[in-house]
Design a protein around this ligand. Structure first.
Ligand SMILES: [Zn+2]
Length: 361
């Protein structure tokens, strides 16, 4: 299978898998699964789909990789750390894992346009063990103790940030909560803009999305966010929100979490086969964004694979992340041209980064 398309996946929680799931992502997926047989501490044990070898196999040569640490206030039932300081420490451990993967030659951090161009040249003809490139992102900003910590994060390479995750956060309201930014959120947004960090609109509730768009003038994308027209839920974008993002030259990554792909999914009960969850829904979401845009310049992949769910909650025609290589053919089948397909599989994210990364360290 030569002539694989380069794929850019804009949302992978790699370090979270390494540190909270205790997965050595240098192993093949099959071995990671085998090592987890019989474990019941998490619903996706022995069902993971992501590893660095699988990414290489699928030519997923570049990704946005996250740090993630949620802080939950007393009385809140969401899983998370009891203080922002603990959440910060968690993200610093995750950073240390990415650095260790760089030292091992497995990954390489992309901070500047030059880094990106060098890495893309490497992947034009990748050797079997080519490092996977990553742009560092923070999913949910609760671990940012103060604006000094945000600047420190930029200095170690943070290039994208989502102000919120699930529930009410320190800076913004996320999925399944309602409310705006508040004083702290406004301060954060302004600092994101000053530093030139990409703002990730994913997970913002409608009100926080509205206020963020009004306040922020810097580059915005949505790394992993599907369309509300298919699954009516506040986690998904309305057509109006998608159109606004398109008008701001954003790229929107389509995710493969089953509950965001088909309506009425019940976590822990529904099954991908009986609910007919396949890569087809990813294609429908991509196509919807392209139809709203009138072109193929704003849709991409942000799979979120192994973002705390595995094969039990993702398309059943995908065994590992390498099967993202099926997406180009599926797009071709519904009439997308080779250049459209290239835009969607990697070109849009790459263009966005070339426009917005700069060459400052
Ligand atoms: Zn997410």
């Amino acid at each position: 299978m030569e002539n694989k398309t380069l794929i850019f996946d804009a949302h992978l929680d790699l370090a979270m898998n390494a540190l909270e799931w205790n997965r050595d992502l240098r192993w093949p997926v099959e071995e990671i699964r085998k090592s987890e047989e019989g474990m019941t501490d998490k619903p996706d044990r022995a069902k993971g789909t992501v590893s660095l070898p699988a990414m290489r196999e699928g030519h997923i040569g570049v990704c946005v990789a996250t740090q993630i640490g949620r802080y939950v206030k007393r009385g809140n039932n969401l899983p998370g750390w009891k203080s922002p300081q603990q959440a910060w420490a968690q993200t610093q451990g995750q950073l240390a894992w990415y650095k260790a993967m760089e030292e091992a030659g497995e990954m390489v951090q992309i901070r500047t346009c030059n880094d990106l161009e060098r890495h893309l040249r490497l992947w034009e003809n990748p050797l079997g063990n080519a490092p996977v490139g990553y742009i560092l992102s923070l999913e949910g900003a609760d671990s940012i103790i103060s604006m000094r910590h945000l600047e420190q994060s930029y200095n170690y390479g943070l290039r994208a940030i989502g102000p919120a995750h699930y529930g009410p956060g320190t800076y913004a309201h996320g999925t399944d909560s309602t409310g705006g930014l508040g004083i702290k959120g406004r301060e954060l947004i302004k600092e994101i803009e000053r530093l030139g960090i990409i703002l990730d609109a994913t997970h913002l509730c409608d009100e926080s999305f509205r206020e963020t768009m009004d306040l922020y003038h810097g580059p915005v994308w949505a790394s992993h966010n599907n369309c509300r027209v298919f699954v009516p839920h506040n986690r998904q974008f309305s057509d109006e929100q998608i159109t606004e993002l398109i008008n701001r030259d954003a790229v929107i990554g389509i995710a493969l979490d089953a509950w965001m792909m088909v309506p009425d999914w019940i976590r822990g009960k529904s099954d991908p086969k009986s609910m007919d969850v396949t890569l087809k829904q990813m294609i429908n979401n991509i196509d919807h964004i392209c139809q709203l845009a009138g072109n193929s310049l704003h849709a991409g992949i942000g799979s979120d694979l192994d973002g705390a769910f595995g094969k039990e909650q993702c398309p059943y025609d995908l065994e590992t992340i390498a099967d993202l290589q099926k997406v180009p053919d599926l797009l071709y089948e519904i009439g997308y041209t080779q250049s459209d397909i290239q835009n969607i599989m990697s070109g849009n994210w790459i263009r966005f980064l070339k426009n917005n990364l700069g060459n400052q360290l």
